[in-house]
Design a protein around this ligand. Sequence first.
Ligand SMILES: Nc1ncnc2c1ncn2[C@@H]1O[C@H](COP(=O)(O)OP(=O)(O)OP(=O)(O)O)[C@@H](O)[C@H]1O
Ligand SMILES: [Mg+2]
Length: 257
Amino acid sequence: MSLKLAFGGKGGVGKTTLTALIARIIACEGKKVIAIDADPVSNLASALGISEETPITPIAQLSDLIAERTGATPGTMGGFFTLNPKVDDIPDRFSLERDGVKLLVMGTVQKGGSGCICPESTILKALMLHLVLQRDEVVIMDMEAGVEHLGRATTSSVNALVTVVNPGKRSRVAALQIRKLAEELGIKRVLVIGNRVRNPQDQQMIIDSLSDFEILGFVPELDEIAESDRLGTRPYDDLETVPVAVREIAQKLAHLE
Ligand SMILES: Nc1ncnc2c1ncn2[C@@H]1O[C@H](COP(=O)(O)OP(=O)(O)OP(=O)(O)O)[C@@H](O)[C@H]1O
Ligand SMILES: [Mg+2]
């Protein structure tokens, strides 16, 4: 029943902008939404209109909490620790909310050697799995390109990987990467949003190069987004003014079969 979406795509295509807008639109309909910033360079807060003055500590940096929950030694974070920590209170305690969207910032786990299991990544994985499997809320994740730290158990349980692409020759390359990523993650459904589409040729280019994917819709180049970027504000403070194309995409996602 409840919807779990992962937004992915190459750098700078518009993942954060669209994640935030779609999260706000779905929340505006009265659904509870948790937006997850899973990008190490997190900026979902400002896209949601959460002031930069509001301190938000990424979960991965809550070392006392991580130590307490995993049983790892604070400071060194070494030794034995549980792989099954309690996390169910974390979304409510450590999120910031605006307009019905709760934001959770995951933060970065320093990579050790391959296959490293550390207390920080254990907490993040347990939390993601909890959010995807146990929460009633709509969960929307803004991901970085590589999402291996989320764990296959989490990714294979999301309803769809929503891939944002921009028009251009590289969208074909993107398509191949998306398929590979989805396969690696065990995600069966891949949906595409064509963003920054300026004309029918742009649109056609995306349709042609991604013909075997389900395309949710196209978002034009929007001055309001560029302008809010310059001002450091969230675009479309009044959701009523969001262009129809974006609202239709949000509706399709909200009522995904
Ligand atoms: N439809 C649009 N019209 C105009 N500008 C846009 C549009 N979508 C995104 N942008 C602009 O493109 C830039 C990148 O957008 P955004 O940060 O959402 O991308 P991203 O995929 O999250 O990037 P990153 O990979 O760095 O996290 C921003 O400056 C944003 O304002
Ligand atoms: Mg981003």
